[in-house]
Design a protein around this ligand. Structure first.
Ligand SMILES: Nc1ncnc2c1ncn2[C@@H]1O[C@H](COP(=O)(O)OP(=O)(O)OP(=O)(O)O)[C@@H](O)[C@H]1O
Length: 206
């Protein structure tokens, strides 16, 4: 059993509160959409919960079979796809997949070869990432996150840069790989989180 519990968490930059007194409790198989306009704090919330930046107040616990996982180890249990996270541009797609999956196990024993088809980039596997379009990069980011065998997946603006076909791909393919994990989707766009069972409006926590 794996779970995440946040109690009374708050974040302030200088004198400005981004969110205050937020409670979240999620087990495997549960998904939460974090919604709010530009600047409402969605990315900041994801950064605090994943341990990238510190909380100002409150308590955050990630546990496995009742045992507390130390914050320094959280990165082993999660993946993040976000506009502000860059891919290593000098790798080819095949090299990037090989590199990434040295550190994370493959989800449900999918192969890196199958991932090329899932993200419909097989023809581009020997091309360097710096030659990819923004939509192609976005499919790579989502693929790396979703096809990693981790219990928590964080998707920040998951359909940014995707065209109509890409958005349909996201809606049809991605949720089937998420239903037994803890999932956070930070979004302004309802199409990105129709599969999430819970929604939290950050404007309610100022
Ligand atoms: N490192 C920082 N230092 C100071 N203020 C920050 C920092 N990072 C974010 N902020 C502020 O925190 C607030 C929330 O920003 P955040 O990026 O979390 O919003 P968001 O909801 O993800 O926005 P968007 O939808 O535009 O991506 C903004 O007012 C922003 O200026």
């Amino acid at each position: 059993m794996f779970s995440l519990r946040a109690e009374g968490i708050s974040k302030r930059f200088q004198y400005e509160w981004v969110f205050r007194n937020l409670d979240i409790h999620l087990n495997l198989g549960e998904s939460l959409a974090i919604t709010g306009g530009n600047g409402s704090g969605k990315s900041t919330l994801i950064k605090t919960i994943t341990g990238a930046i510190p909380l100002t107040d409150g308590k955050l616990e990630i546990t496995q079979n009742g045992q507390d996982i130390p914050a320094d180890d959280w990165f082993n249990f999660l993946t993040i796809s976000a506009p502000y996270l860059e891919l290593p541009e000098e790798f080819t797609l095949q090299e990037l997949l090989n590199f990434h999956f040295k550190f994370k196990k493959l989800y449900r024993n999918i192969s890196t070869d199958e991932i090329l088809d899932k993200i419909y980039l097989r023809d581009q596997k020997d091309k360097q990432i710096n030659q990819f379009s923004s939509g192609m990069k976005q499919r790579v980011k989502l693929g790396l996150s979703v096809f990693s065998d981790v219990p928590m997946v964080f998707l920040d603006e998951p359909t940014s840069n995707l065209d109509k076909k890409g958005i349909e791909w996201y809606q049809n393919i991605i949720p089937e790989y998420l239903n037994d994990r803890i999932v956070f989707v930070a979004s302004n766009d309802e199409r990105e989180y129709t599969f999430c069972k819970q929604t939290m409006r950050l404007e309610d926590y100022k």
